[in-house]
Design a binder for this molecule. Structure first.
Ligand SMILES: C[S@@+](CC[C@H](N)C(=O)[O-])C[C@H]1O[C@@H](n2cnc3c(N)ncnc32)[C@H](O)[C@@H]1O
Length: 384
């Protein structure tokens, strides 16, 4: 999100195309004109892994024609009118991309080229790679009409993820359905998943709860990596729960999706939770009106607003996990926080008897705070 001309924090809008929390480097580099397209990439346990683009490699709607001449870009993305006013129907992929990139850039859309590529690939039902291999091919009217509609929506600042209706999450290659009912999962959150999975290694009897699950991103990634772990996904928003459940069903993941106000309405069980993961709303209320339109206008307020200092929900959750029996022996809490909140949240953990450790995002900014109950030295072993 942008405050005073800079990003408030590093929550990226699309692989995200616009930043909500960004100070982080692109996780999907923009492809320059004529350059080789990149595969998506992410990290798994600190190792960068290539993930193939999650769209079909086939373009169903490419004409076999190549454009009759190097016609100048026209008055709309794939409009049938050329700049001369003459009708034309021979827009090539390259022309469409150049025209759209320029319009997006004029509007201040940060990742203009990448967005244009995503939308055209989506309109064509093909991969971004194909846009390069078929650069000079003419696009038929039907996909061009679809593309024009996508461009119109993006010019109104609707996030690319909403237009596509999906977002890739984590190197595990999860494809999540997303829409206005949930926050679009951000790359920062992948760090939280990686850390939790590292700590769970060797724990064969683990129970994990994802608090404020939204699309189900964290819960589904953990379950995907560790089928043996019992994973519960809770949210207070019925809309978010519907999206999380739909994603779980589509991915054939047997996470348990349940409504709860933080941990108030879900049982920790006799042993307690092995891990509590939460990417809760943490934006200070007053900042919300200053956010980029993609976030302010299209993402649920309930997924953003963390109260006056952004920490209302985190504070309440910490009070809950500090209760006896909520965390299993050796259990931990993993919180994603705003770009300037990690130290404060670590102190909040400390005040409740937890040992806190901060982990940085790709930009070197502390974004995930892990809290564990501090080891207590038994009274009888203390020196007299
Ligand atoms: C920032 S979004 C995170 C979504 C998802 N975990 C992710 O990382 O993409 C925060 C989520 O917390 C949920 N939430 C807000 N208040 C809550 C509460 N009191 N109890 C449970 N969930 C809550 C919102 O509905 C929203 O889905």
């Amino acid at each position: 999100m942008v405050v005073g001309g800079r990003h408030w924090d590093g929550r990226r809008m699309s692989m995200f195309h616009t930043s909500l929390r960004t100070l982080a480097p692109r996780s999907k580099p923009e492809i320059a004109d004529g350059a080789e397209p990149h595969a998506e990439s992410s990290t798994l346990g600190g190792v960068r892994v290539a993930v193939p683009p999650f769209v079909s490699p086939h373009c169903a709607y490419l004409s076999s024609k190549t454009p009759s001449a190097a016609a100048p870009p026209a008055d709309g993305a794939g409009s049938n009118r050329g700049s001369s006013g003459a009708a034309r129907s021979d827009w090539s992929i390259g022309e469409l991309l150049r025209w759209t990139q320029a319009r997006f850039a004029e509007l201040g859309i940060a990742e203009a080229r990448l967005d244009a590529e995503h939308l055209l690939a989506h309109a064509l039902g093909c991969s971004r790679m194909t846009l390069y291999t078929e650069h000079d091919r003419t696009v038929d009217e039907e996909p061009r009409a679809r593309f024009r509609e996508f461009v119109r929506r993006r010019l109104a600042r609707e996030p690319v993820a909403h237009i596509e209706g999906k977002r890739g999450f984590h190197a595990l290659g999860l494809e999540l359905q997303v829409d206005r009912r949930v926050l679009v999962p951000r790359p920062e959150t992948e760090h939280l998943v990686d850390w939790l999975l590292e700590d769970l290694a060797g724990n064969t009897n683990a129970r994990v709860v994802d608090v404020g699950t939204g699309s189900g991103a964290i819960a589904l990634a953990v379950k995907h990596a560790r089928a043996d772990v019992e994973v519960v996904a809770v949210d207070v928003s019925p809309d978010a729960l519907a999206v999380a459940q739909a994603n779980a069903t589509r991915l054939e993941s047997d996470i348990i999706v349940s409504r709860s106000d933080l941990l108030a309405d879900v049982a920790a069980g006799p042993e307690g939770w092995s891990a509590v993961a939460a990417n809760l709303p943490y934006i200070p209320s007053a900042v919300i009106a200053t956010l980029e339109p993609e976030v302010r206008l299209f993402e649920p307020h309930q997924a953003l607003d963390g109260g006056p200092d952004g920490l209302d929900l985190i504070r309440r959750l910490l009070d809950q996990v500090a209760q006896p029996g909520v965390l299993a022996l050796g259990g931990a809490v993993y919180l994603e926080v705003g770009f300037d909140q990690a130290t404060t949240v670590a102190a909040m953990f400390g005040a409740r008897g937890f040992e806190a450790v901060i982990r940085n995002d790709y930009a070197g900014i502390g974004r995930i705070v892990r809290g564990r109950i501090a080891a207590v030295v038994p009274a009888r072993s203390q020196p007299e």
